[in-house]
Design a protein around this ligand. Structure first.
Ligand SMILES: [Zn+2]
Length: 306
C-alpha cells in the first residue's frame, strides 16, 4: 500500500523548500537543492505498480517503508555522490532536510539493512513465498565465488578465435546473435526492471512533454562501458602454495564478484564487471539527451551487485 503519492510529496517538499530558502542563517546546500528540484519533478508513482509486485500482498510483519521513497533515496544518494549505502543511510538519519527530500519524516529513515533488503527485492523480482527449492538471484550473488581468472582468460581467447573463424568479425557475430533473439521476450531480470524504470519514469515522460522532439527520428543506442567492480582484485587463495613459498601459483581463488574480469585503461588497471554494463543514450539529430540521474542509478545499482 502506498503511504504517500507523488502529489503529496511534491506539495510537502515545495512548502519545505520555500521555507528553507528563506532561512539565510542556515542555507540549504546547493547540491541538495539541485537534487531536490530534480526529484520534485520525477514522478515515481509511474513505477509504483512494479515496485508493489516485489512485496507480499498480505500485510504481515513489520510496517514497511514506502518503496518509492526507498528508490528516491537511492537516486538522492547517487545525485549527492555517495558511494556507500552505509554512510548515506547514516547521513539520511542525521540530516532532517535530506530525509524530507527523500520523502521520509525527519529521523524516521530506513536502516542500512532496509536499503540492502530493498536492493535484494529489486534483484529477485516479483514476490514469491519462501521455499527451500528455488535459489533467489540475490543469494547467488552473495558470498565468495571460486574462480580461476587465468583459465577463464584462455577460454575466452579460444572462444574469440572460434568466432572469428566462423564469422567475418566479432561485430558481425554480435549482429547475428541480436537478430536471432529479436523476437524473444526480454528476461524478467534486474536489467529489465531498471530499463523499465528508466523508460516509465524518464523517457516516456520526456517524450510526452515534447522534450524529445520528433519521436520518429529518435535513435536509441547503448554502449558496453565497463564498471569498476567492488571485488578485491587479487582474490583469496584456495590453496596452501604461499606457505610453501610459491607466490605466483595458478590455483583457483575466491572472489566476491561472480563475473568480474581484468580490464581498465592503459594507465589504470582495475577489476571490472564485463557482464552487466550499459549506458543508454537517446540521440535526436545532433543532440544527445542523457538521463543522467536515472542512468547513474542504473549503473550504480548494477555495480553494487558486484
Ligand atoms: Zn596455489
Amino acid at each position: 500500500m502506498r503511504i504517500s503519492s507523488h502529489n503529496t510529496y511534491q506539495q510537502s517538499l515545495s512548502k519545505k523548500l520555500t521555507s528553507w530558502l528563506k532561512r539565510h542563517s542556515r542555507p540549504l546546500n546547493p547540491q541538495s537543492l539541485e537534487a531536490a528540484f530534480l526529484l520534485l519533478r520525477l514522478d515515481l508513482d509511474r513505477f509504483s505498480p512494479d515496485l508493489e509486485l516485489l512485496y507480499s500482498a498480505s500485510a504481515r510483519g513489520l510496517p514497511r517503508f514506502d518503496p518509492c521513497c526507498l528508490l528516491r533515496s537511492l537516486l538522492l544518494m547517487t545525485l549527492l555522490g555517495f558511494t556507500s549505502i552505509d554512510k548515506f543511510a547514516k547521513e539520511l538519519r542525521r540530516c532532517p532536510r535530506l530525509a524530507q527530500i527523500a520523502g521520509f519524516p525527519p529521523h524516521k529513515t530506513p536502516s542500512v539493512g532496509a536499503f540492502y533488503a530493498f536492493l535484494d527485492r529489486l534483484e529477485d523480482g516479483p514476490f514469491k513465498p519462501k521455499c527451500p527449492h528455488p535459489i533467489r538471484t540475490s543469494q547467488l550473488r552473495k558470498g565468495r565465488h571460486r574462480r580461476n581468472l587465468s583459465a577463464e582468460k584462455l577460454e575466452k581467447e579460444a572462444r574469440r578465435k572460434q568466432i572469428l573463424k566462423d564469422c567475418d568479425s566479432l561485430t558481425h557475430h554480435l549482429k547475428q546473435q541480436l537478430l536471432q533473439s529479436a523476437s524473444l521476450a526480454r528476461p524478467l531480470d534486474l536489467q529489465s526492471r531498471l530499463e523499465d524504470l528508466l523508460m516509465k519514469v524518464a523517457v516516456k515522460v520526456s517524450a510526452e512533454r515534447g522534450l524529445l522532439g520528433d519521436l520518429s527520428r529518435v535513435i536509441v543506442s547503448g554502449d558496453g562501458s565497463s564498471l569498476v567492480s567492488g571485488a578485491y582484485r587479487v582474490g583469496k587463495p584456495t590453496c596452501n602454495c604461499r606457505k610453501e613459498g610459491i607466490y605466483n601459483c595458478k590455483c583457483d581463488r575466491f572472489y566476491t564478484d561472480p563475473s568480474a574480469d581484468w580490464g581498465g585503461t592503459l594507465t589504470e588497471s582495475a577489476t571490472t564487471s564485463a557482464t552487466l554494463s550499459i549506458n543508454t543514450s537517446y540521440h535526436l539529430q545532433a543532440t544527445t539527451f542523457r538521463f543522467t540521474s536515472l542512468s547513474g542509478l542504473h549503473l550504480r545499482l548494477i555495480s553494487r551487485f558486484h
